[in-house]
Each structure stands twice: as C-alpha cells, then as structure tokens.
Design a protein around this ligand. Structure first.
Ligand SMILES: Cc1cc2nc3c(=O)[nH]c(=O)nc-3n(C[C@H](O)[C@H](O)[C@H](O)COP(=O)(O)OP(=O)(O)OC[C@H]3O[C@@H](n4cnc5c(N)ncnc54)[C@H](O)[C@@H]3O)c2cc1C
Length: 275
C-alpha cells in the first residue's frame, strides 16, 4: 500500500520543529529514523497530514557526559550503543540491549528517541531506561520539561507527550561500579519483539534496586516489592510466588501462561543482577 498524501518539512532547529508540530495539531507527526513511522504510514495505520523530519536538528544528536549522568540525544541510533560509540552510563546494559533487537539495518536507522516516543509495549528501550532511572527531556510550545521515564507511558502507544512536544533526549544516571544488572527476554525468533522481557538493576552496596517488566501489555511494570525483598537479601529463585502475586496485583489481567513466562524472565533477570 502507499501512504495517504502528506506534506513534508525538514526544520533545521528544535524551535522550528516545535512550532510546525504545534501548528499542525494532531495531524503533524515527527519523523526520526522512519523504522516504524514509514511502515505505519504505508499501511495507513498512522494518519498524518504533515511529516516533520527531525533528522536535520543537531540538538537531537547531542550526546554528553555530564559527570554523574550521560545525556543521549533522541536521534542517537541503536547502532551507536551497539558499537560503543557513545559513553556508557549503564555498566554495559544499554549495549547489551541494543545489540539484541531487530536486525542491523533497523538498528542503523532506528533511534532511542523514536523507540521511546512510539511506546510499543513489546519494545526494549523503555523498560531499560526505566530500570536505569532515566529522565526524559521534552521540548514543546510551553518550553522544556523533564519526565521521569517511568511516568512517560500512559498505555500502549500512548505517552505523556502533549501536542507539539518533541522528545529531545534521555538522561541516564551513571551506575556505580558496584551495580549489577540482569536482562532476560523471550521472543519467538531472534531479533523479534519480546513476548516477555525483564530488566533488573541492583546495587546492594548502595541499597538501590529496580526491576522492570516489559512486554506487559501496556506500560512497563516496576516491581517495587521484589526490589525491596532483593535488598533484604532474598534469593530470586525463592521469590516466584511473591513475583506472581505482585504481577496479579498490577491488575493487567495476564493469561496464566503469560504469568508463568513473565515470572520466569523476572527471576532470571533478578538472579543475574544479584549473582
Ligand atoms: C523489523 C523490525 C523489528 C524491530 N524489533 C524491535 C525489537 O525487537 N525491540 C525493539 O525495542 N524495537 C524493535 N523495533 C523498533 C525499532 O528498533 C525502532 O526503535 C522503532 O521502529 C522506532 O524507529 P525510529 O527511531 O526510526 O522512529 P520513527 O519510526 O521515525 O518514529 C516512531 C514514532 O515516534 C515518533 N517520534 C520519533 N522521534 C520522536 C521524537 N524525538 N519526539 C517525539 N516523537 C518522536 C514518530 O512520530 C512515530 O510516531 C523493530 C523495528 C522493525 C522495523
């Protein structure tokens, strides 16, 4: 199929992009690497009267080591993490995640900002940056604001971005050397979107732990009860019943088989993070 007709603009600055998007209302859409937007336009799943190409905006490509954190511009491609071309805030977690999804052509063009803004419930970056305690920088008609990653997604493909707002970048606090992580993903084929995915970041020396479930049929689920138990020294292998109970309490209505799969990925990720 071919897309419905749309106009195309390629602004040179963030301010101009915000202005054009705000003027277009819901009918204007930002374009990053086009890895999801272009197929959605072709299939007429994402109506757009105007496509606002962000790729000329240098401010969205900026990557900065800020001492205690690293700022990754929204246009940073997945391949830059995979190839170690950007500073690492995550003791290797972001690289590990980036090199395991889709295939290289998609990772060359797909961007961290596009992936997060899309809010596909089965995608990798969102649960990852939530587990890392990232802050999302957003620019819009009312100026700039920062949204904690875990507050960004409101539902499948539905985010806290308002009309005319652009995700500018992701600021990830640097993990301490004592922090460990675990990542477990179930897919039907290598490189496909996840059936289940869990990421655990645990730093027992600093008494900090975050365990996040992705592919959870909506926003990623942060397992606060499990985090507290791990910090108290519990072994993940002994916590399957408690994890199931925490998932049930999230009221996501998981089918029994999904509940088992999610519990398994969570136990595996948590085990790797504390081992
Ligand atoms: C075959 C295939 C397999 C894939 N497998 C996986 C996988 O296993 N795991 C995974 O995590 N991902 C996967 N992806 C997703 C892919 O890696 C990209 O992250 C995703 O398609 C977003 O691509 P993009 O950056 O080109 O954004 P685009 O397609 O350009 O945009 C995506 C959406 O975000 C909006 N947008 C883009 N940038 C911004 C911004 N800065 N501010 C506000 N809104 C913005 C667009 O308007 C659009 O709605 C897969 C994609 C393909 C095509």
């Amino acid at each position: 199929m071919k897309p419905a007709p749309f106009s195309y603009v390629r602004p040179a600055s963030l301010e101009e992009a915000v202005r054009v998007l705000a003027a277009g209302g819901g009918a204007a859409r930002p374009l990053a690497g086009g890895q999801s937007l272009v197929p959605m336009l072709n299939l007429r799943l994402a109506p757009a009267e105007q496509v606002v190409d962000l790729t000329r905006i240098e401010a969205l490509r900026r990557v900065e080591d800020r001492g205690t954190s690293v700022f990754y511009g929204a246009l940073t491609p997945h391949a830059a993490f995979e190839d170690g071309k950007v500073p690492d805030a995550s003791n290797g977690l972001m690289r590990h995640v980036a090199e395991r999804f889709a295939f290289r052509a998609v990772r060359n063009r797909g961007t961290i900002g596009g992936a997060i803004a899309l809010a596909d419930p089965a995608a990798d970056w969102l649960p990852t940056v939530i587990a890392l305690g990232a802050r999302l920088h957003v620019a819009g008609p009312e100026g700039e604001r920062i949204i904690p990653a875990e507050e960004f997604v409101l539902g499948p493909y539905f985010t806290a971005l308002g009309e005319g707002e652009i995700l500018v970048g992701v600021e990830v606090p640097k993990l301490a050397a004592s922090a460990r992580w675990g990542y477990s993903k179930v897919t039907t084929k290598v490189g496909e979107y996840a059936e289940s995915m869990a990421i655990a970041v645990v730093d027992r020396a600093r008494r900090s732990a975050r365990i996040v479930l992705g592919a959870a049929d909506g926003a990623p689920i942060v397992l606060a009860d499990l985090a507290a138990r791990l910090l108290d020294g519990a072994r993940p292998e002994d916590l399957a019943a408690a994890i199931r109970a925490e998932l049930v309490a999230s009221e996501r209505d998981f089918a029994p088989a999904k509940l088992v799969m999610h519990t398994t990925t969570i136990v595996r990720a948590a085990r790797d993070a504390v081992s």
